[in-house]
Design a protein around this ligand. Structure first.
Ligand code: HEM
Length: 667
């Protein structure tokens, strides 16, 4: 809004200046600038464009001999005039230069805008500038985009304003290409992360700036997995499971906070290594992190940071506290993990050696440091401590929210679908020996477990829209579609991952078996995992399905933590189901004879949902299930938990263009 306003204002201003320039020539246009007031003295005696070092001539009445001015005084007057003249000309020159620069920028913007309109008009979509639905409306519903796709085909454009073009793509063949070619993220994404994490080199808009860090982090994460397979990285799962009885002191397990806690511990221990296990500030850190994550997008959506608002200032204080705690654990991790204490910041080689040595208790933090060193080597630029801290907070925020979504969703589905829980339990029992510790290789053998993770991720992706943009260049697709630079590109994951034409008529139902049709074996999965894939792509038979399965994105900005997340979460679920059965409510009948010796874990279901209508349908379909709705997506914030009558519920607050709040209460 502010941008639009600025643009119009500036165009108006510029056109006045330009027209005065063109119509009246130099003298009248310079009147707009700092021209000295006309002098009263006769023009002949006061040189307008006189020699710079000449003193002004004295004026004398006709007939009288000119009196000589004292020499010293003439010199002073001459110097003053010279400097005044010089200052005026200098200022004018600067103003002219500024005017030309601003005009040039505006001309470029106008040209870009015209181009956007021209190229946007070629794409199918509703008439330009209808009643603006607002980005929130688009994000809220698969429903809105679904209607548009129904009417205009797999690629639809939608004007969100005169300078904001949204292009939604639903066709799986175009999606892959688009995700490879459009390499940047929306500026709002970068702003949100910057606000919550400070300066960082991951998750920001420009691909160029995140490229090298992504690569080094990915290779570290992949390596980490094989290191962690036998030891430290997943030790945390056992520690948490040992604590479950105290967590479930009440008669049910709040699935949402449980999932969040699990995700926090899995990602935290991977990032900080052993130092994380006995960190006394861990629970304060978790709480602070969730508070900061919740409102980041809301505050970032302001065009100008509202520093005059006390709430905003309070939010900034929380961010600062988060940073201090992060610095604390980073320092602890460096001291305790040993590897990092060996790192001499100027010696990249040494750190690389440390990280490649699987015997040491390395942490993800080493990877972040390592990427810093790689960058130093590659670009000569030094990433600051501040950036390392920002990257770590960013990874924690992203990793926790996404992993918590997926864990919560898997637990809920398994509690709801007793038959699948039973099938999974049998596979887990057959796949690991009674006493032995669970290994990554054991988990890779459990096809139904991996299929369950896939199916849950298919039905509930981390956000409703995969978003991209290309900041500098147009995106030309093979299907002769050209999407102009700067357009907001979205892939509505709901529509793609639940498309009946790809996934069958039961596309909206939970059925892990759909990922098991292909006859894959353990060796295939292992080979794929060692090559860097997460192995889950092997589960889909047809190409169409592989390309319509995008919970971790795809292409140049795809999630680098996908293999880590899939295998970590699979490991966690396997460990949990070895000892517990998941129940939705105490009255439920026992349904699986194999469960005889297991402890019961009553869980309060969570659907992390963003599309309210879809969620309400779910409520109607399964009225006995208690649902609560949270949303980690950028346009919805969870802000409240109790209404005036004391009913438990959640307030979904939409930012900017959303009209009002929606309250959803538990049954
Ligand atoms: C279930 C868990 C996770 C899900 C569903 C998930 C999902 C995603 C998605 C959808 C993207 C954007 C992809 C795109 O635009 O094509 C992404 C990016 C990313 N994810 Fe994840 N993620 C998960 C866990 C993790 C973890 C545990 C880490 C690391 C510790 C991680 C690190 C990243 C990074 C570094 C990026 C790329 C950011 C960029 O290029 O700017 N993710 N993730």
């Amino acid at each position: 809004m502010v941008r639009r306003f600025f643009f119009q204002g500036a165009v108006g201003e510029c056109s006045i200046l330009l027209s005065s320039l063109l119509l009246h020539g130099e003298s009248s246009s310079s009147a707009l600038l700092l021209r000295p007031p006309p002098r009263r003295s006769p023009p002949a005696t006061t040189p307008r464009h006189g020699l710079l070092l000449r003193a002004p001539r004295a004026v004398h009445p006709p007939g009288r001999a000119p009196q000589r001015a004292p020499r010293r005084r003439v010199r002073r007057v001459g110097r003053g005039a010279f400097f005044r003249d010089y200052a005026e000309r200098g200022t004018n020159a600067m103003l002219w230069a500024a005017l030309l620069a601003v005009t040039w920028l505006l001309v470029l913007r106008v040209a870009a805008l015209l181009r956007l309109w021209a190229l946007g008009a070629r794409l199918p979509g509703p008439p330009a500038f209808p009643a603006d639905p607002g980005l929130a409306a688009v994000c809220r519903g698969a429903g809105y985009l679904s209607k548009l796709h129904g009417s205009y085909g797999p690629v639809v454009r939608l004007w969100l304003g005169p300078s904001q073009l949204l292009v939604s793509v639903k066709d799986s063949r175009v999606i892959k290409e688009l995700l490879t070619k459009a390499e940047d993220k929306l500026p709002l994404t970068g702003k949100t992360y910057n606000l919550a994490c400070g300066k960082l080199g991951l998750f920001i808009s420009s691909f160029e700036k995140v490229k090298s860090r992504r690569e080094s982090l990915k290779s570290f994460l992949d390596e980490k997995l094989s290191v962690g397979a036998s030891g430290s990285s997943f030790k945390i799962i056992q520690i948490i499971l040992d604590r479950i009885d105290s967590i479930t002191a009440r008669d049910f397990l709040d699935c949402r906070s449980f999932s969040q806690h699990m995700a926090f511990n899995v990602v935290g221990s991977a990032l900080f290594g052993d130092a994380f296990f006995d960190w006394s500030d861990a629970s304060a850190y978790e709480e602070l992190m969730m508070t900061v994550a919740k409102d980041a997008c809301f505050w970032a959506s302001y065009a100008v940071s509202p520093f005059w608002k006390p709430d905003y200032r309070r939010y900034r204080t929380l961010c600062a506290q988060l940073k201090i705690l992060t610095q604390g654990i980073v320092a602890k991790s460096r001291n305790q993990n040993g590897v990092l204490s060996l790192i001499d910041m100027s010696s990249c080689q040494r750190s690389e050696r440390g990280i490649k040595d699987p015997c040491r208790g390395v942490s993800l933090l080493d990877g972040v440091i390592s990427s810093r060193c790689l960058n130093e080597a590659a670009e000569g630029a030094l990433s600051s401590e501040e950036e390392i801290c920002g990257n770590i907070i960013g990874l924690m925020l992203h990793g926790i929210s996404t992993c918590a979504n997926l864990i919560g969703n898997i637990l809920t589905r398994l509690a709801l679908y007793a038959n699948f829980q039973c099938q999974l339990h049998s596979e887990i029992v057959a796949g690991c020996h009674e006493s032995s510790e669970l290994k990554i290789d054991d988990v890779l053998r459990m096809k139904f477990l991996l299929a369950t993770v896939c199916e849950s991720a298919r039905l509930l992706p981390a956000g409703p829209l995969l978003q991209r943009c290309s900041l500098q260049q147009d995106v030309s697709l093979n299907s002769s579609i050209t999407i102009p630079a700067g357009a907001i590109l979205v892939i509505p994951l709901h529509l793609v991952q639940m498309d009946a034409s790809t996934w069958g008529n039961d596309a909206c139902q939970f059925n892990p078996n759909r990922f098991l049709k292909k006859d894959i074996n353990f060796e295939d999965i292992l080979a794929a995992v060692h090559k860097g894939s997460n192995g889950i792509n092997l589960f889909t038979e047809e190409c169409d399905k592989t390309e319509s399965f995008l919970p971790f994105g795809s292409g140049s900005r795809a999630c680098v933590g996908q293999k880590f997340a899939v295998l970590g979460i699979a490991m966690l679920i396997a460990s949990l189901l070895r000892s517990y059965e998941l129940w939705i409510q105490p009255e439920q009948k026992q349904f699986c004879p194999a469960f005889n010796n297991l402890k019961k874990l009553y869980i309060l279901c969570v659907y992390v949902e963003f599309d309210l209508l879809w969620a309400i349908n779910l409520l109607e379909a399964a009225p006995s299930v208690e649902l609560l709705f949270i949303d980690t997506w950028k346009h919805v914030c969870l802000v409240d938990q109790m209404d005036e009558e004391g009913r438990k519920g959640y307030l979904l607050r939409k930012n900017t263009s959303f009209m009002g709040d929606i309250r959803v209460y538990w049954h």
